[in-house]
Design a protein around this ligand. Structure first.
Ligand code: PNS
Length: 164
């Protein structure tokens, strides 16, 4: 049978426990998962694509079927090029749904060969977002409950205004 490849796209600015949980679960469902650092035209990232990829590699190093890549283009084109059968996204609340629903429809219109699969967040991650992490870090708060220990220092170094 053909290998079932999924793409897990996002800004990941930075990656959080919420993202990591979705990545773990996607890796259980599919043979191979590419976590794709992508451009969200509505956001200005704090970390470069390279930095975001490094952080994701660091926190997913124990998941053998996950790879990390970056894209400066259309997700639908990438999905088609790689032959992936699914786009995996996490859903936290109804507020995520409208945007994600629109994206899923656009991606389907651009390329009909893959499905968007939504994984519902664990309740303990419902409040969690990269924006929350950035805000807490910028005021010197403890982000160790939001992101893996191996990237805490890196995030604080960049964002903690009280450390300067
Ligand atoms: O983590 P985010 O910011 O919710 O992820 C959104 C992202 C980056 C997956 C989305 O903006 C995206 O797919 N960007 C790539 C460009 C693209 O294909 N856009 C959709 C058509 S408008």
């Amino acid at each position: 049978m053909n290998e079932r490849l999924a793409i897990c796209p996002g800004s990941f600015d930075p990656v959080t426990f919420g993202h990591l949980d979705i990545m773990h679960r996607a890796a259980e469902l599919f043979d191979r998962v590419i976590v794709l650092v992508s451009v969200n035209a509505e956001k200005t990232p704090c970390f470069t694509a390279e930095e975001r990829m490094e952080m994701i590699r660091e926190v997913t190093r124990d998941i053998p079927n996950i790879e990390v890549a970056a894209l400066d283009g259309l997700l639908a084109d990438y999905v088609k090029k790689t032959g992936a059968c699914a786009i995996v996204k996490g859903l936290r609340a109804m507020t995520d749904f409208e945007y994600e629903f629109q994206m899923a429809l656009i991606n389907k219109k651009l390329y009909d060969g893959a499905e968007t699969v939504f994984l519902v967040t664990r309740s303990e991650n419902m409040y969690l977002s990269s924006s929350v992490v950035k805000q807490v870090a910028s005021f010197g708060g403890d982000i160790s409950g939001f992101v893996p220990a191996s990237i805490v220092e890196r995030i604080n170094k960049r964002l903690n205004k009280t450390e300067r």
